[in-house]
Design a protein around this ligand. Structure first.
Ligand code: GLA
Length: 513
């Protein structure tokens, strides 16, 4: 009897293990408020068990990798790694042919309530579906496996941060052929082209719902002839940019380049496209987190194979420390954060706080991208827009105006075309600026230049404040350097240091050499 009890105790975890192994599913009820292509997806968990340990895959609308799984009788715990690079702890309870899984520490519901439950890591009860221990994508979504990742060299483009215009911030899905032509005209007539804004970039929503019979991507009715549009933009001394993504669909739900990478690159090259923004979005539905780099590199190689010089802009919101490998996959620039909005809070958080620790990865041909400019879209004051422009230039950020150039005010035009400030962004040394001091709301920034240093005195507070800087603090050793105020357009006398009253949310930007 004693012997039997002993062996039962020993066997208990192993029995649980055998039961867990395989594929588990939950079929959510249809959502009457969601469009057909946004209906809730089947949830799948696939477990590969080894003793009391397991790995696997979990698929909600995104593929996640299961790591560090442990079985303790009928209780399981594991980590889920998603494409963003975040790991979350899960726990589960096995009950015969049912398995209930939930986040171990679900995030707090958003302020003001919001939906709890499944979408937010709440419990979901799955039913055993098969003994299959490998997850396979539905046949129509499968792709060739990637070989081991190998870095590729630079494409020789974007030796200074790209400058131009992008449709998304102002127009979103309303962008069309006429507005792009109008923007190209206005970029020339406003002096923006001569200030360096060259790329006219169409963001999401140009794509037709279906490919043609040969699988070629097509434009929708808003863009009747993309090649003619490219010719028009080129005739103005400008270049044309376009948008797609590695997943089946773009962020706005339009067709993207999954499994058609080479073909799409050839189409764009034939149209005369000069710049591609490649946005992750639905790619999490078809790629495992560790495939993210290879998925980006695949398009870089496809673009290069066309022989046309096309700037390659990665948009995956900074996931998996993109700054560390953006260059290796062939990117010229990479978004570092989620989407900017036209507000002081959004702009200042992205520009001041979320770029910290990334400067060392910027160099000619490779840029951190804190997102497109909101200057002139109406949500900030001119003082705040001057700070936005100054900060992006200190960061050696791409300068992609996001406003309606056709109708901008004189003061917005002055902000966007301040050549002395733009020169800081476009400096040949290609060094990204950093914060050297923070006293509460007051910040001192420096950006080493090919000749001299740019200095930014930023006031993030609500009242005018005095900010002082000594030249030694920003690495200037020269006695009596030449000092220039880049917004006032005047030379200053400041032998060893400088102090200025900086307005709330404002900036004083200097060139010291
Ligand atoms: C994402 C990107 C934005 C824009 C939209 C288009 O949100 O981050 O910059 O391209 O998609 O759908």
């Amino acid at each position: 009897m004693r012997k039997m009890v002993f062996s039962l105790v020993l066997l208990a975890p192993l029995l649980g293990a055998a039961e867990l192994s395989g594929t588990w599913k939950f079929q959510p009820p249809p959502d009457p408020n969601a469009p057909p292509n946004r209906q809730p997806r089947e949830i799948v968990y696939v477990f590969k068990v080894d003793g009391t340990k397991f790995t696997g895959t979990s698929v909600t609308n995104a593929i996640g990798d299961i790591r560090n799984g442990t079985i303790d009788g009928t209780h399981i715990t594991f980590d889920r790694l998603d494409a963003s690079g975040n790991k979350a702890a899960y726990k589960g309870e096995l009950n015969g042919d049912e398995l209930t899984v939930e986040m171990a520490n679900p995030p707090a519901p958003p302020p003001g309530g919001g939906r709890g439950g499944r979408g937010r890591g709440g419990p979901v009860t799955l039913k055993r579906a098969s003994d299959e221990t490998e997850y396979t994508l539905p046949a129509e979504l499968q792709h060739k496996p990637f070989g081991p990742f190998k870095p590729i060299g630079p494409n020789g483009l974007a030796k200074t941060p790209p400058m131009g215009w992008n449709s998304w911030n102002k127009f979103a899905s309303k962008v069309d052929d006429a507005s792009v032509r109008g923007m190209a005209d206005a970029i020339v007539s406003s002096g923006m082209r001569d200030a360096g804004y060259i790329y006219v970039n169409i963001d999401d929503t140009w794509e037709a719902p279906q490919r043609d019979k040969d699988g070629n991507i097509q434009t929708n009715q808003k863009f009747p002839d993309m090649k003619a549009l490219a010719n028009y933009v080129h005739s103005k001394g400008l270049k044309l940019g376009i948008y797609s993504g590695p997943g089946p669909r773009t962020c706005a739900g339009y067709l993207a380049s999954y499994n058609h990478e080479e073909q799409d690159a050839r189409t764009w090259a034939a149209w005369g496209i000069d710049y591609l923004k490649y946005d992750w979005c639905s790619a999490s539905e078809v790629y495992h987190p560790e495939e993210l780099k290879s998925a980006y590199q695949k398009m870089a190689l496809a673009l290069r194979a066309t022989g046309r010089p096309i700037i390659y802009s990665l948009c995956e919101y900074g996931w998996q420390k993109v700054q560390e490998w953006g260059a290796d996959v062939g990117g010229n620039l990479w978004r570092t954060t989620g989407d900017i909005r036209d507000s002081w809070d959004s702009m200042s958080r992205i520009g001041f706080d979320q770029q910290v620790g990334r400067a060392q990865y910027a160099n000619p041909g490779h840029w951190n991208d804190p997102d497109m400019l909101e200057i002139g879209n109406g949500g900030m004051t001119d003082t705040e827009y001057r700070t936005h422009m100054s900060l992006w230039c200190m960061l050696a950020a791409p300068l992609l105006a996001g406003n309606d150039i056709r109708s901008m005010t004189e003061s917005i035009k002055e902000i966007l075309t301040n050549k002395e400030v733009i020169a800081i962004d476009q400096d040949k040394a290609g060094i990204q600026g950093v914060r050297v001091r923070k006293d509460g709301d007051l910040e001192v920034w420096k950006k080493p230049l090919a000749k001299g240093v740019a200095v930014g005195l930023f006031n993030r507070g609500n009242d005018t404040a005095k900010i002082s800087v000594s030249w030694s603090e920003v690495g200037i050793t020269k006695k009596n350097p030449k000092v220039r105020d880049l917004w006032a357009h005047e030379d200053l006398k400041a032998a060893e240091s400088y102090s200025a009253d900086v307005p709330s949310h404002g900036v004083v930007m200097l060139r010291v050499e």
